[in-house]
Design a protein around this ligand. Structure first.
Ligand code: SF4
Ligand code: MSK
Length: 677
């Protein structure tokens, strides 16, 4: 039973509590785990200790797709000799079951990213049609660029004269074409042609061009229903369609429309970790993924009216902070500091200084409600598709038509709650400075050049070997792994070996918390070649590219490298690798599949739920490379993980004939025109 003491409601102390140092390498997190244990409040770290994962589920070979199951097909001790005779009641093999489970993860991940994109597209449409005063198109240059990509006319001919079209008209058409991508009855996704030509042609030849976003996700659910697709290779093919519909569809549209609506990020300074919270301020933490509401909260919290109101209530001001990808969204556009990554969400409340936590969709732990119950924190859900059953949770449904009013109500509620804080406030005093907000455009600005308006300087430095290669290191935290350890170890090993790292999601927040997102970190952690480039152009060895949907920025940056020339004709040809060291979410599986089928060797840390079906796993880990030039891998040890990526990068350097350090030979006009990208 809970026992009331002051403002903090102490729960019964659990017997098994985690060792904070084993749980996380971050001191702020360790301090807050100790704090949670002193207060008798259970967190995800403790639960990871007391509840072990299911031994069969973790192998990917438990099927519950019909009521004759669940059918469980664990690998026999000592492995399988001879024919694999395991089968479910219907006869489904371990390969079929593992592939179906994998496919359903892709479907859920692609659905989450793409539904986020759809929600943004709907708000974009309201803004374009001027149905709301809260949102206005901020980046008209990107609007015109995106319109061209989507085939929307940006000029009009009047009396033989070519004139620019009205921007409002363009915006409405962009909204219509974008929304159509989710359900158009025929054709293929428009953005697929943004990929290098060779990649697009490969997808076309293989018959994996997604038709529309929703259809590919629905088709996975159909194919994985009892008694439909029973060929793991055919299931993986559909995973490819759905994941490409995510990376080159729903996620890419989300990124573009958010940039047009809220502004395309450019590098800015901020800081990260729980120490950004301030004892004498009203602390509001926004958490989740969709930035449509948090953009409004930023605007309202910045207003003089609300700052004055906070002062009236005894606070010195309002401190906004973020968790997960909502954090990344408002960090990259406004410099709002992240309070932490996925595993720190409960801890932000345990500081006792969180006056309101406002959540939207994805990666929000239901236990937040139980933790919030122990403090004065108002936990506010805002999305119609993401409510919580606990009665202490307040639901304020956000609607773009009265967005500012909703945001004002939330901020005011947090301010009014400031006076209700208990005495037991403890904010760990750790935070690190960072630079965030890179994108395709800003990488071009920093590392590009005027030559073909492209990534010339980046390519030049890859060819001459100062930069050995590029790695996209992305993804979550996972309570089954030591918080932040694998991410940090892998990234430090990569940059020490002159690999430039692009990062998104909670991984990006981890890098910020541990000081890897500052230009100064190049001198400390990067190898000599990478450090020289970073110092010359003034960038960090790890570039923050935004949230999970912004992995689409990594795809486009990889494409720009191909277009700049000298590094092959396809993403699979140049020295690039992907990694998700501490993945947790189904979205990571969709991202992994579109990285792989876009030609990237992609290594996951932690366990992939494929080990119970070795033939299926071999298909992902070895056979896909023969088809797509990219493949999956799984390496738990972080140093070995990084070195497998480096080995792949070196293999690609050798194939390109750039394994010996040399300066770039400038291409003449004829060679440049011959580039087929
Ligand atoms: Fe078992 Fe087949 Fe039903 Fe799956 S679909 S639960 S393997 S009978
Ligand atoms: S928030 S998907 S925990 S990165 Fe994008 Fe973090 Fe992973 Fe959620």
């Amino acid at each position: 039973m809970a026992e009331e003491k002051g403002k903090v409601v102490k729960l019964e102390k659990k017997k098994k509590v985690v060792d904070p140092v084993e749980a996380s390498i971050d001191i702020a997190t360790q301090e807050m785990i100790v704090r949670s244990q002193e207060l008798g409040i259970e967190t995800v770290f403790d639960r990871a200790l007391s509840m072990k994962p299911c031994n069969i589920g973790i192998q990917g070979t438990c099927c519950k797709n019909c009521a004759m199951g669940p059918c469980r097909l664990p690998l026999p001790k000592g492995g399988i000799e001879g024919e694999d005779e395991r089968k479910g009641l219907c006869g489904a093999t371990a390969n079929t079951i593992a592939a179906r489970n994998f496919a359903r993860m892709v479907a859920a991940g692609a659905a989450a990213h793409s539904d986020h994109g759809r929600a943004v597209a709907e708000v974009f449409m309201s803004a374009a049609k001027k149905e709301t005063d809260a949102y206005k198109i901020k980046d008209t240059v990107k609007l015109v660029a995106v319109a061209k990509e989507l085939g929307v006319a940006t000029t009009v001919e009047v009396d033989g004269e070519v004139l620019d079209r009205d921007l409002d008209e363009i915006a409405v058409e962009v909204g219509e074409v974008a929304l159509n991508e989710w359900g158009k009855p025929e054709g293929e996704l428009i953005y697929l042609k943004r990929a290098p030509k060779a990649r697009y042609e490969l997808w076309k030849k293989l018959g994996v061009l997604p038709r529309n976003i929703d259809r590919e996700i629905v088709e996975i659910m159909h194919r994985t229903h009892m008694g439909v697709d029973q060929d793991y290779k055919n299931l993986v093919k559909q995973c490819t369609r759905a994941s490409l519909a995510d990376g080159w569809g729903g996620s890419m549209l989300a990124t573009d429309l958010q940039d047009i609506l809220f502004g395309t990020p450019s590098p800015l300074q901020s800081e990260a970790n729980l120490g950004i919270m301030k004892e004498d301020h009203v602390n509001i933490i926004v958490h989740g993924h969709e930035p449509v509401l948090s953009e409004m909260i930023v605007a309202v919290a910045d207003s003089q009216e609300m700052v004055d109101y906070a002062k009236e209530k005894g606070a010195k001001g309002i401190q906004l902070g973020g968790i997960c990808c909502t954090a990344n969204e408002i960090l990259q556009r406004h410099g709002v500091p992240p309070a932490g990554n996925f595993l720190q969400q409960e801890l932000a409340i345990i500081t006792g200084a969180c006056d309101a936590m406002v959540v939207d969709v994805q990666c929000v732990m239901q236990n937040l409600a139980n933790v919030a119950k122990c403090f004065h924190t108002k936990l506010i859900t805002t999305h119609p598709i993401a409510k919580m059953e606990q009665d202490n949770v307040i639901h304020i449904e956000f609607d773009e038509h009265h967005a500012l009013e909703d945001a004002k109500r939330i901020v005011k509620m947090a301010i009014d709650n400031f006076a209700n804080r208990g005495a037991e406030v403890m904010i760990p005093q750790y935070k690190s400075p960072l630079v965030a907000g890179f994108g395709v455009e800003s990488i071009q600005y920093h590392l590009g050049g005027s030559f073909r308006g492209s990534y010339y300087t980046l390519n030049d430095n890859i060819i001459n070997g100062r930069i050995r290669g590029v790695a996209g290191v992305v993804g979550c935290n996972n309570a089954r792994q030591q918080h932040n350890n694998a991410t940090l170890t892998i990234i430090k090993e990569l940059i020490k070996n002159d690999v430039l790292v692009l990062t998104t999601g909670c991984n990006a927040i981890t890098c910020g918390m541990h000081g890897l997102l500052t230009p100064e970190s190049a001198a400390v952690y990067a190898g000599p070649g990478l450090a020289e480039v970073c110092e010359t152009v003034g960038i960090a060895p790890v570039l923050h590219l935004g949230s999970c949907v912004d992995n689409s920025r990594i795809l486009l940056a990889a494409t720009e490298v191909v277009k700049a020339g000298g590094l092959g004709n396809d993403i699979s040809e140049w020295p690039v690798a992907g990694s998700a060291p501490e993945w947790m979410s189904e979205k990571a599986i969709s991202i992994g599949q579109y990285f792989v089928t876009s030609g990237v060797y992609t290594v996951f840390g932690g366990l992939l739920q494929t080990t119970g079906a070795p033939v299926f796993q071999k298909y992902l880990f070895e056979e896909l490379e023969k088809i797509y030039g990219g493949m999956w891998d799984m390496v738990v040890d972080p140093v070995e993980h990084a070195h497998k990526m480096i080995a792949h990068i070196d293999k690609k350097r050798k194939e390109l004939g750039i394994d010996k350090a040399r300066e770039r030979v400038l291409m003449d006009m004829a060679s440049r025109q011959a580039l087929d990208v």
